[in-house]
Ligand binder design. Sequence first.
Ligand code: 13P
Length: 234
Amino acid sequence: MIVAANFKTNKTRTQTREYMDEVNRFIHLEKIRCEVIVFPPLTALDSFMGEVTLGVQNAYAVEKGAFTGEVGTEQLDEFGIQTILIGHSERRHVLGESQEEIAHKFNYFKELGYKIVYCVGEKVETREAGQEALMAYINAQLVGIDLEYSNLVIAYEPVWAIGTGLVPSNEDIRSIHADLRAKSSRPLLYGGSVKLGNMDEIVSIENVDGVLVGGASLYAQSFCQMIKIAEDKI
Ligand code: 13P
């Protein structure tokens, strides 16, 4: 099981350090075997002791250079970061990243051996258009992506479920994860309004190998309880 926290544009450097200390302590004390990944904002990247894998929410496909406002691998190397989130819906729909740009970024970081948590997910109108339209949309988000890359993790995050408190039915999650499983043998995460109250149900669904949590990951204590629930499924 993989339990990942995406802080998005939340938490300061100090708050992130306190959070990492608390989660690392919990993992150590409880002898957690689940893989725990935390994606803090760029300003909070640092070197942390412990088992939590530190990932970056975004980076530019370059080592270094003249790309104002971006970070490249030279900056990530300073903190030993080897894990990146690519294709998140907020980067696709709010920041306007195209599939072509996303695939380019994927291939750049794949060549460097990064663990890539690659996100896909449909908007509500696509969901309402039926299963065929839904899978066509998701397939378009997989163009240019090596689905058997050995360090790939796929996260299914329906856009309409992100930060809304809405979650697809268990059957809908099961069905999409089955379709994704047919395309890739890599771990499949579900994301979108995962919280302590629905964690057990979600990680019990067939082909759900973990979760990517936004809002509910911001509280270290409840995130630790979510890790424990995933641990009990191993
Ligand atoms: P929420 O858990 O806040 O719905 O966010 C999900 C998400 O986008 C994680 O990447």
